[in-house]
Design a protein around this ligand. Structure first.
Ligand SMILES: [Zn+2]
Length: 366
């Protein structure tokens, strides 16, 4: 399989543009025209990870954390992060980053963590919303079909795999043209009653200007009457997960469970050690700042990494239970992404898809 094909399959499943604006995802190093020999997933692309990929015959690494993120001043064989890029290029390797786009995916890093902890009835902690409009236009019955065709041709009024999705209600329109009016129907100074249709359809937030322009252009009336009703809907992606343990546990039991499942030698707890835990919210990586959202949704405990002293103190004073599971707990994405890739590309790709076994946690737990 060509790298370009792989990238477009990734983009179909975990759109790169769903990443945060500050992020750096997609192809970071490589050649889109190259053939993929094998794929290795990794949390961080370190020099050891590149060596492992070469050894395993995988010329393509899909890493969660973007290697190219902060300013990089040199790409040389002997220095820092530049050395890793140098090694990738010298060995004709490809490096793809799937970072915050994988975080917000419904089967992404947070779902993988929830799955690893055995949470049930999971839902996204903070579902993203998208803006759309319901449009209503009033038009003479005789002109309605041609008008709808014009809108439909321009990509308006689609619902999933359905185009030309309109709802029509018949009614009577009334108006009295006055002053310098040049009416399509009727005469100045006379109340006119016309058989009209109210056409209703949906557009997404980006189509509003186009819709307004097309209505002005193709509606027969001098002054068309229409409404844009702004609406929002949840989309199936967003940060964090919240779910239930199969049975309630003490903090001590829960902590032991988390350490075993995430293969973490130590974690840090803030809160009431006598609490019973049943509803668990989590955000992989650095999710501090969302603990209140989690508590408001009924979480007995919030799990994330990188919790600092003052965040911890704030939470303790507010009576919350937090568990710092370390940023490295995101390593579950290595196996999780292998499973997803197998679902997405097994039809087109018969090479190996493996998870890196290199340990990239910079901390040693003493
Ligand atoms: Zn991370």
């Amino acid at each position: 399989m060509k790298l370009s094909t792989f990238l477009s399959i990734l983009n179909d499943n975990v759109p790169f543009d769903s990443a945060e604006s500050w992020d750096n995802v997609g192809l970071l190093v490589g050649d889109r025209t190259s053939d993929i020999s094998g794929i290795m997933t990794a949390l961080d692309c370190t020099a050891e990870v590149v060596d492992e990929a070469i050894e395993k015959g995988c010329n393509t690494i899909v890493a969660h954390h973007p290697l190219i993120f902060k300013g990089m001043r040199a790409i040389t064989a002997d220095e820092g992060y530049g050395n890793i890029i140098y090694k990738l290029i010298q060995n004709n390797m490809n490096l793809i980053a799937m970072h915050t786009n994988l975080d917000v995916h419904p089967q992404g890093v947070n779902a993988m963590l929830a799955d690893c902890l055995g949470l049930e009835s999971c839902r996204i902690l903070m579902p993203e919303t998208t803006d759309y409009y319901k449009v209503q236009v009033y038009i003479p019955e005789a002109d309605a079909d041609a008008f709808k065709l014009r809108l439909s041709e321009q990509g308006l009024a689609t619902e999933g795999n359905y185009e030309h999705a309109f709802f029509n209600t018949r009614g009577k329109g009334q108006f009295k043209p006055v002053g310098d009016a040049q009416p399509h129907i009727g005469e100045v100074g006379t109340i006119e009653t016309v058989d009209e249709v109210k056409i209703e359809f949906m557009i997404d937030g980006t189509q509003r200007k186009l819709a307004e322009q097309l209505i002005q252009q193709y509606h027969p009336y001098e002054t068309p009457v229409y409404d844009f009703i702004p609406l929002q809907k949840d989309i199936q992606r967003g940060l964090g997960m919240i779910g239930q343990l199969p049975q309630s546990m003490t903090v001590a039991q829960f902590v032991a469970h988390v350490k075993t499942q995430l293969d973490m030698p130590s974690v840090r707890f803030i809160g009431n050690p006598h609490a019973q835990i049943e509803t668990v919210a989590l955000i992989g990586g650095s999710g501090i700042g969302y603990e209140m959202t989690a508590m408001k949704q009924g979480a007995d405990i919030f799990l994330t990494g990188d919790i600092k002293h003052h965040d911890a103190l704030d939470a303790k004073i507010a009576g919350m239970n937090l568990l710092d599971i370390n940023h490295y707990s995101e390593h579950v994405m290595k196996e999780g992404l292998v499973k997803l890739l197998n679902q997405w590309i097994s039809q087109q790709f018969d090479g190996q898809i493996v998870a890196s076994t290199t340990h990239t946690d910079p901390y040693q737990y003493m």
